[in-house]
Every structure is written in structure tokens, then in C-alpha cells.
Design a protein around this ligand. Structure first.
Ligand SMILES: *Cc1c(COP(=O)(O)O)cnc(C)c1O
Length: 401
């Protein structure tokens, strides 16, 4: 059987993140191309009947069929594994496919998930409304306190699932403390590292067992394709790979190629977008129409110290409560001429989202209130535009009331 991903080449062991981002994982073909090649082929041919048999039985490594082997996908997996400091990485069709694959590969009916409440809307839907039909229950924890997570653990808890910082409120969870909670209960700590990317936070270093990525976000970074990934020790990623190769939520080679090339500028983008986000958060704090700003890079953030221990910067997502509820929040959105009104994030183009009526709209009002997602809340995913232009765009709607 072909490997889902091989270990990082030994010479890359000493390379820094910036170097890994442009160099890790590349395998050149017979043509010795400088830039990574895109292999748009669904299947591969064998030299002989014996080789075909050896490839199928797994005796010989190599390409077979693109549902589970493709050179471009392999390069993407290798590069992301290197950036996360992970032994293995399995790419998936989307971030949600990555989460589903982890559950399907590692859990069975009768088992239990403990999850933070403030997670991506679709993840909350999957855990709360879809998995129960298959006998998997989830307890959502409202508090960022590790004691609250410990109290939610049951003997059948298999996964402790968190997002940090969370979407959209940028709540920071203590990865090291929660890893201890998970391991004390013989469960695995799964961290959705979408908001930081490995350029800002490497959860495995704090004791996480698995990392989830929506590569759709910062890894691509330019809003072009969907993709996802699961990173971690081979013993776990190989289980995920076994599910993927059979069930098929795999990434297309084209999307993998876009993400592979997108990762080359990841460190630079994250650094600049974080700087722009900090500037915007500081500006928002000074606006009289803004009741509260949520940004881990601000000293006023309730978990600022923890965030600075785990993350290189506060990240590029800023959320804030506008005084005046939905009407005032929608007014800010509708006065934007530069910012894109979209639910997407992780793009070089700054986006604005009203979570209560979009990304978190399908969640019951009670659950939304429990998550702290109010009607006046707006989320800005800060891009690469000049911060002054972004501020001017927001100022128009803020002062229109
Ligand atoms: C977008 C997102 C996902 C889901 O990823 P898709 O690629 O859209 O399936 C999961 N987690 C977080 C934090 C996200 O922002």
C-alpha cells in the first residue's frame, strides 16, 4: 500500500518554517522541473502484471489511483506535515471532510466527544445533529476552563475537540492543559488549527494528538479552492488514510497543487495580516460605536497572556460588538465598498461577516446565545490591504447610524 505521506526528509530537519514553506516535500520528475508539477491523472500504469499485483497488495510503494495516491497530493501532505512538525499528514476534500474522516476512522457507535462550544458552525452541526444518528454523542463545553472540560469527560470519551482561537469570538484555549485532560481520560486531543495555521501556532508542540486544517483558509490564502488535512503521528494518520482511501473524501490534485503553492507565502502573509489585524483591533477599541473588541493580540483580551504563549501573534481575525444590535451591524456591512461581504476567511482580501445571520445562522438562538454570538457581532478576517483603507471602509457604516 502506498504511504499517505512519508517522513520529512532528513536534510529538512534543521530548516526554519520559512524555508520549509517553500522547499519541504518537493519531488522532481524526470524533467527536473523547478516548480512543483501538477499531476492531473486519475490513475497510473504498471510495468507488468507482477508490478500491478505488488502495488495493489502494498508490497511495493508507488502510485495506483488518485483516490489515495497522487504525486501532487503527496507533496502538499509532506509540506504541511513539515510545517506542523508532524510525522504524517492526510489531505482531504475540505476542512469538514477532515473532521468527518477523523471521526469515522477513530470512533464507533457508543463513543463520546467533548468539544468546545465556540467552534465552526458546520462542525457544531455535525457533532450536534448528524453524529447522534450514528450513536456518537457530543458534550459541548461553554467555558474555556480546563476543569470544565475535565468534568465533561466520560469513560467512553474518545476525542476532545477544540478550536483555538475560536470562530468568531477568538476565545483561546490552553492546548497543554487540555492535552493533559484528554490523556488522563485516554482520549485524543484534536485541535482545529485553521485560524492560526502552523505559521503562528504548532499544536503538536503543546501536546495535541491531531491537527485539523481547513486548507481553504490560510494555507491557500487566496480564496481559490477547498481543501483540508489531518496532521499527526503516523499511527493515527494511517487510520485516517485507510478510511479516506475507501470512502473517498479525498482532495483533487489541482486543489492540492494550489494549496502547495499557497503555502510558500504562508509565513509572510500571516505576519503581515496579523500586523494589519492588530492595528485594526486597536483602532476599533477607540471607536465609540464599538462595545467590545475580541482579538487575542490586544492586552484587553481576557486570555492575552495564554495566547502569546501559544501563538506567535494574535492572528488575523478580529471580531467586535457594534452597539445597536443587528440593525447597526448590518449597517456597517452594507456601507462597505472595499471589504468583501462573504463568510469566507483566510484570504488576502479582507472579509466581513455577520455570524448570527450567516455562519452561525442554522444554530438555534439558544445555542448561539450560549456561544456568546450576539446580533451586533461582526467578524473581520483581515487581509493585505492597507489598514487605513479598511478603517475608512468600516468608519462609513459605524458613523452612519
Ligand atoms: C472553514 C472552517 C472549517 C471547515 O472547512 P471547509 O474547508 O470549509 O470544509 C473548519 N474549521 C474552521 C475553524 C473553519 O474556519
Amino acid at each position: 500500500m502506498a504511504e499517505p505521506s512519508s517522513t520529512i526528509a532528513t536534510e529538512s530537519g534543521d530548516w526554519s518554517l520559512e524555508t520549509l514553506a517553500v522547499r519541504a516535500g518537493q519531488v522532481r520528475s524526470q524533467f527536473n522541473e523547478h516548480s512543483e508539477a501538477l499531476y492531473l491523472t486519475s490513475s497510473f500504469v504498471f510495468d507488468s502484471a507482477a508490478q500491478a499485483a505488488a502495488r495493489f497488495s502494498g508490497e511495493e510503494e508507488g502510485m495506483v489511483y488518485a483516490r489515495f495516491t497522487n504525486p501532487t497530493v503527496n507533496m502538499m501532505q509532506e509540506r504541511l506535515a513539515a510545517l506542523e512538525g508532524a510525522e504524517g499528514c492526510v489531505a482531504t476534500a475540505s476542512g469538514m471532510a477532515a473532521i468527518l474522516s477523523v471521526v469515522m476512522a477513530l470512533m464507533k457507535a457508543g463513543e463520546h466527544i467533548v468539544s468546545s462550544r465556540s467552534i465552526f458552525g458546520a462542525t457544531q452541526q455535525m457533532f450536534g445533529n448528524i453524529l447522534p444518528r450514528f450513536g456518537i454523542e457530543t458534550t459541548f463545553v461553554d467555558s474555556p476552563d480546563s476543569a470544565a472540560f475535565a468534568a465533561a469527560m466520560r469513560p467512553n470519551t474518545r476525542l476532545l475537540f477544540i478550536e483555538t482561537p475560536s470562530n468568531p469570538l477568538t476565545e483561546v484555549l490552553d492546548i497543554a492543559a487540555l492535552s493533559a485532560v484528554a490523556h488522563a481520560g485516554n482520549a485524543l486531543l484534536v485541535v482545529d488549527n485553521c485560524f492560526c495555521s502552523p505559521a503562528l501556532q504548532r499544536p503538536l508542540e503543546f501536546g495535541a494528538d491531531l491537527i485539523i486544517h481547513s486548507a481553504t483558509k490560510y494555507l491557500d490564502g487566496q480564496g481559490r479552492v477547498l481543501g483540508g488535512a489531518v496532521c499527526g503521528p503516523k499511527a493515527l494518520t494511517e487510520e485516517v488514510f485507510k478510511f479516506l482511501r475507501t470512502a473517498g473524501p479525498c482532495i483533487s490534485p489541482f486543489n492540492a497543487w494550489i494549496i502547495l503553492k499557497g503555502m510558500e507565502t504562508l509565513a509572510l502573509r500571516m505576519q503581515q495580516q496579523s500586523a494589519n489585524a492588530l492595528q485594526l483591533a486597536q483602532w476599533l477599541e477607540r471607536q465609540p460605536q464599538v462595545a467590545r473588541v475580541y482579538y487575542p493580540g490586544l492586552a484587553s483580551h481576557s486570555q492575552h497572556a495564554l495566547a502569546m504563549r501559544q501563538q506567535k501573534t494574535g492572528g488575523a481575525i478580529v471580531a467586535f460588538d457594534v452597539k445597536g444590535g443587528r440593525e447597526a451591524a448590518w449597517r456597517v456591512v452594507d456601507h462597505c465598498r472595499l471589504l468583501s461581504i462573504t463568510a469566507n476567511l483566510g484570504d488576502t482580501k479582507t472579509t466581513i461577516t455577520h455570524p448570527a445571520s450567516t455562519t452561525h445562522g442554522r444554530i438555534s438562538p439558544e445555542a448561539r446565545a450560549a456561544s456568546g454570538i450576539g446580533e451586533g457581532l461582526l467578524r473581520i478576517a483581515v487581509g493585505l490591504e492597507n489598514p487605513a483603507d479598511v478603517q475608512a471602509d468600516l468608519a462609513r457604516g459605524l458613523s452612519a447610524g
